[in-house]
Design a protein around this ligand. Structure first.
Ligand code: ZN
Length: 243
């Protein structure tokens, strides 16, 4: 089984009627619902208002892949929680950051840049082009697919050059954007997926669900270990390895 925790700040859906109509139970519940149909997935959810934001060392130790959606409450996630997530990724946990999670603390702490971008809400249509058709995350997706409306995210996107760029988004307003970015950090893998603005039913689009399912299976760790910094003996010493 792949153990998945879906984290959502869960603010828009409780404070704005229009958003509640799109995701009545919250974005986390919508994601957990389609993931829950997979026989090899074990899914739980956590939100900002849970104790410790629902994120503890124990929760992360039992999480193979963490999914993160946040937007207006990034600063309400304590640094200590973000560092726990960062350290779990460095050990090997997979992390999927969705849409406005480009500005979340875990993503920025792992990537080390501002992760700023340009943006606009103008109901643009988006075409997502597959750059790496043979990659396990884009498997099953055609050359491209369309989202009838998405928030426009544009370059420059202030991120380190991705280890693999899997998707490029193109908007009817003219912009292009690196919409599917894959990174390795320590023993862990990180996938950033741009679509998923709260006012559109993007997480009900089959291709988006397929990308998230594929990413979970790709990011699930085969190896997970703290990489410490031990002071060690020569290998020729007949003595314990660590001094
Ligand atoms: Zn948005």
């Amino acid at each position: 089984m792949i153990r998945i925790t879906v984290w959502n700040e869960y603010v828009h859906e409780r404070t704005e009627q229009k958003i509640a109509e799109v995701y009545p139970e919250g974005i986390h519940a919508a994601i957990a619902e389609f993931l829950g149909k997979e026989e090899d997935f074990e899914v739980r959810t956590a939100t900002l208002d849970d104790e410790n934001c629902g994120i503890t060392k124990e929760v992360l130790a039992e999480t193979d892949v963490l999914i993160w959606w946040g937007h207006i409450a990034h600063d309400r996630v304590p640094d200590e929680i973000a560092y726990l997530v960062r350290d779990a990724v460095l050990e090997g946990m997979g992390l999927i950051c969705l849409h406005s999670a480009h500005h979340s603390k875990p993503f920025r702490y792992l990537l080390g840049t501002s992760c700023n971008l340009t943006w606009r809400e103008s109901d643009d249509e988006e075409i997502l082009w597959v750059i790496e058709p043979s990659h396990p995350i884009t498997r099953g997706i055609d050359r491209y697919f369309k989202l009838s409306h998405e928030e426009t995210y544009g370059e420059p996107f202030v991120i380190p050059t991705p280890d693999k760029l899997l998707l490029i988004g193109h908007y009817s307003g003219g912009e292009v954007f690196r919409s599917g970015c894959l990174y390795e950090r320590g023993n862990g893998k990180i996938f950033y997926l741009q679509p998923g603005h709260e006012s559109y039913p993007t997480f009900r689009v089959p291709e988006i669900q397929m990308l998230i399912r594929n990413a979970i299976r790709y990011l699930a760790p085969a190896y997970r270990q703290v990489t410490a910094c031990p002071h060690v003996r020569k290998i020729t010493d007949n003595a314990p390895y660590v001094i």
